[in-house]
Ligand binder design. Structure first.
Ligand code: FE2
Ligand code: FE2
Length: 308
């Protein structure tokens, strides 16, 4: 039996901007991400090829996947996206964050040049990416005792150190919301709270949804998506349904709701699928597909088995 290379077909599906089936394209992307993470450079190229799409939602997910791929060959297309002034700021943000996730030291100078950029989300993203790369090379990274996380993602910041027994959500909440503390430290408190994952930790995280920074608020929603805990539903619905909230935050809240297998969220997702903001609509469309998949009991959301 001959095993055909799945990359060309996955690339064709992913790059088909005329397709009405965005969820299918996301499935193709997740399959390519899996291959890329295993070192398949043509999968990295296939993901980067889809940056010509006109969907900001899809493009920001491409950047996220490239950042998680651990492949330095993804750095050049990510740098190009970050530098593209005509690109959507959510996509540029994700490209900057991805360079940090790759730990791409050669990008440090470029990332530093965006600190202070007029778009706060780009400036803050690059500040975090620089801090992340610098932290990785630091002595602290070698000596700090980080609790093993239940999440496999490469995050914009490592959690604050702490053991299972050292849990002080009130103290972490104070650090999370303290605007006099560098953003990187506040993100470390955020990821520590995520890893604690108790209802108290979720309430502490929800307090961050009042932060003045849209980047910060969207990351709280992202973390809620990872936790997929019904306890976060009220806070997520408040953010997702708030039409004056930044679309990047609303999108992330919609996606997070989609990751929570709870019948209460479906009616909200159907409503968001009709939203006037494209990125919110598309997020709801993909979220509904994922919820459908959860119910169907299929094993893999991606188009090819993750264990392949
Ligand atoms: Fe993001
Ligand atoms: Fe996002």
């Amino acid at each position: 039996m001959t095993i055909t290379d799945p990359v060309p077909e996955l690339c064709r599906i992913l790059c088909d901007d005329a397709s009405p089936n965005l969820a299918l394209r996301f499935r193709a992307l997740f399959s390519l991400k899996h291959l890329a993470t295993q070192g398949n450079t043509s999968a990295v190229e296939a993901i980067a090829a889809a940056f010509v799409s006109n969907s900001a939602l899809l493009k920001h997910e491409l950047a996220y996947c490239l950042g998680q791929s651990k492949q330095f060959s993804a750095a050049a297309p990510l740098q190009a996206v970050l530098q593209d002034e005509a690109e959507d700021s959510m996509v540029r943000h994700e490209a900057g964050e991805a360079l940090g996730a790759l730990g791409h030291t050669p990008s440090l100078e470029l990332l530093r040049s965006y600190i202070g950029h007029k778009e706060e989300v780009i400036s803050q993203t690059c500040e975090l990416a620089v801090a992340r790369i610098e932290w990785e090379a630091s002595e602290a990274a070698k000596t700090e005792l980080l609790q093993t996380s239940a999440f496999a993602s490469i995050d914009p910041a490592p959690p604050l150190p702490g053991t299972v027994k050292e849990v002080d959500c009130a103290k972490l909440q104070m650090k999370l919301n303290d605007q006099s503390v560098p953003l990187f430290e506040r993100y470390r408190a955020m990821f520590r709270l995520r890893d604690i994952a108790s209802p108290e930790a979720i309430d502490a995280l929800a307090s961050g949804l009042d932060d003045p920074s849209a980047l910060f608020r969207h990351e709280i929603a992202f973390v809620f998506g990872q936790l997929s805990d019904p306890h976060s539903i009220p806070a997520l619905i408040k953010a997702a349904g708030n039409k004056s909230e930044a679309s990047m935050v609303r999108h992330e809240a919609v996606e997070a709701l989609g990751s929570i297998a709870d019948e209460r969220v479906e009616e909200f997702l159907k409503e968001y699928a009709k939203d006037e903001e494209r990125v919110v609509r598309e997020s709801a469309e993909v979220a509904l597909d994922m919820a459908e998949f959860e119910r169907s009991g299929q094993l893999e959301y991606a188009l090819i088995p993750q264990s392949a």
